[in-house]
Each structure stands twice: as C-alpha cells, then as structure tokens.
Design a protein around this ligand. Structure first.
Ligand code: BGC
Ligand code: ZN
Length: 358
C-alpha cells in the first residue's frame, strides 16, 4: 500500500513509499483510509522541527486527522450492538496514554509523565496510508450525516477541549460570557469562531487575512466581526469596546499569544493553543501585565490535544452546524490532493485546509 512518510529530524525528507498492508490483531480493526487532513504540526514535522519515529523504524507515517471506514474486524471484537462493524465510519484518536496518573485515568491529553505517544507525530505511525489498524477504544464512530466533514473532527476536538476547559475554569464564578475574541483564522481559529458563534457569543476575529479573503467573507456572513492584522493588536480593546470575556488564541505566533494577555477582560479567560517551536524573545512591561491580571481576576491557560469527550461534543456540534448551514464546514476544506500530490499540501500551503484523498 502507498504511505506518505518522513524521516523525523530531516527537513524535506517527506516521500511516498510502498509498504506492506498492516495485519490486524484479534483486538483490532482494519480501516480503509478515506481522507487525511494536513495541519501545521505535519508541516513542522516535514521541516524536521518536530516528530519521532516508532521505535525500531527509521521513518514515520504522517497524518493524525483522519476519516476511514472499517474493512475488517478482529476475532476478539464482540458482536455486541455497540461494537464496531464492517463499513462503520471512524475517526481515530491521536494520543495513546503513557503511565502517569492522568494517562491511567482516561486523560492522556493532560499527561504529565511525557510517555504518551501520538499517531503520526510521536512514536506511532499515522494515517497517511491506504489502510491502518487500530484498537476500537481509540476510534470514534461517525454518523453518516457528517461523513463529508468528519475529517475536521480532530482539529475541532482541540477547539472543543479549549472551550470546555475555559467554561469549567469559570465555574469559579457565575460567569456570563458575552464577547469572544478569536486570534487567527486557520482551521482551528475558524472552527473556534463557528462554535463560539453557535454558543451565542458575540464573536470577533483578528487575523492576517485581507478583508477580501474568502474565509473572511464566510465568517462575516455568520455575523462574526473581522478585524485584519493591519490594525495594531493593542487597539483591539478600544475597537471591541465591551469586556472581552473569552480569548481563543490560534495564530501559532507566540508574540501574538503574549500580547493577547493584555486584552483579556475582567474575570475573563485566555486559552492558548499554538504549538510554537522556535525561541522568539519579546520585551513586555511585566509590572503592567501582572497588575492587570491580578486586579482583573484574569486567567490564562494552555491546552493541547483533546479527550474522547471532546470528539463526542464535536460530533454534536457538527450535526447542528450542518443543519443550520449545510455547506459551511465543507468550505473549510479548501484543497483536496491525491497522495502523489502530498507536497502541495505540506510545503508552503496557502489555503484554509488541505486534505489528502486516499
Ligand atoms: C494535534 C494534537 C497534538 C499536538 C501536539 C496537534 O497538531 O492536533 O493532537 O497533541 O499537535 O503534538
Ligand atoms: Zn502521562
């Protein structure tokens, strides 16, 4: 079968190879890959900044945002009605637990031991191959009605986790969030704005795109306000006027992340999601920032990966969004490539979201 692989640590080593189709163990299912999304993490791995091959292999099959269909079910998988069956649509989880307290208690996304593995990223092969095998505990069954957009469920799960945790944190008060600011209009920022809009917050988006960009048009049609990054970020408070209750940072730019700390409204919360390699430095007024955070009872937290419950919440939201606005989510998938065209999606990609169709 065809597989898109990289030698981790070596820039531009991404290539397509022919390997043996995986054989299923009795507790696994064999999945035929339908499509796999590409994100910033994949590009970072291709540039050699990030990623680790499975032990014993010198290459890593890329891809962690997948949709597939069950082709074969292992002998030990029960025939009970809840079990996965041939033809079921599935989206795989990315992270596998290590051995810390959180990993052993169903929250590998909150791992503190560092021994977690991630398919297509860290120590486990990903899904950019014609077939893959997986334990059903790490597969989410997908309703047919969201098949065309389910490849976006993994990035959506990251959004869902950030929102869930912010709302959980704010249980400290009788929080009544009204205004949300999303920073960045890549797929994660895009999905965050759609979900926050669905949750009836007044949403503002700040990003690099020009006003004429198609994605700006799409969010404006939803009643979301757009402010292009031609405007100085520190002017946002005066433009937005009201108290910014929630900020979702998804630019992948650490200086934007740091500057956004001064935009949080009173009692508000800032959720940081950008995975930034590098070692960028920035000078800030430490006293001003500290004072502002303290006097305003403000919260900042980081979030990575997602829990199974966030995938489930994502499915619920996808169904509602599809009902309200049938083509909205599909518009996020701006480019579709064949496996042989992998380079176009991974190197210097300029659209919203590229997927590889298997
Ligand atoms: C993935 C997460 C993963 C993170 C860090 C992201 O692109 O969506 O699932 O935990 O990268 O490796
Ligand atoms: Zn752990």
């Amino acid at each position: 079968m065809k597989a898109i692989v990289v030698t981790p640590g070596i820039a531009y080593s991404t290539r397509i190879i022919d390997i043996k189709r995986p054989e299923i163990r009795s507790n696994e299912v064999l999945v035929k890959t339908i499509r796999v999304g590409i994100d910033g993490t994949d590009s970072e791995i291709c540039l050699g900044y990030y990623g680790a091959a499975p032990s014993g292999d010198n290459f890593l099959i890329l891809g962690h945002e997948a949709l597939g269909q069950v082709l074969e079910v292992g002998n030990n998988i029960s025939k009970k009605s809840q079990s996965l069956k041939i033809d079921d649509l599935v989206v795989p989880l990315v992270r596998k637990p290590g051995d810390c307290y959180y990993c052993l208690n169903g929250a590998p996304d909150m791992c503190i031991g560092g021994k977690y593995k991630e398919r297509g990223i860290k120590g486990l092969h990903g899904f950019m191959s014609e077939f893959f095998t997986e334990d059903p505990n790490y597969l989410i069954r997908i309703p047919k009605e969201i098949e065309s957009v389910a490849v976006l469920l993994e990035p959506l799960s990251v959004v869902e986790k950030g929102i869930r945790q912010a709302w959980d944190i704010e249980k400290r008060i009788f929080w009544q969030p009204k205004i949300a600011l999303v920073l960045g209009l890549g797929p994660v920022g895009f999905l965050a704005s759609i979900v926050l809009n669905l949750l009836k917050l007044k949403v503002f988006v700040y990003s690099l795109e020009k006003e004429s960009d198609p994605r700006v048009k799409i969010i404006k049609e939803l009643g979301i306000e757009y402010i292009s990054a031609d405007t100085d970020i520190f002017k946002l408070s005066s433009i937005i006027k009201g108290n910014i209750d929630f900020i979702f940072e998804a630019t992948g730019n650490s200086s934007v992340a740091l500057k956004s700390m001064s935009l949080i409204g009173k009692n508000g919360v800032l959720c940081l999601t950008g995975v930034t390699g590098g070692n960028k430095k920035l000078t800030i007024c430490a006293d001003c920032l500290n004072l502002d955070l303290v006097l305003g009872n403000k919260i900042i937290f980081g979030t990575v990966n997602a829990n199974k419950i966030d995938f489930e919440e994502g499915i619920k939201h996808m169904k509602i969004i599809n009902q309200n606005n049938p083509s909205l989510l599909e518009k996020i998938i701006s480019h579709r490539f064949t496996p042989n065209e992998f380079k176009q999606g991974l190197e210097n990609f300029q659209g919203i979201k590229a997927v590889i169709e298997f």
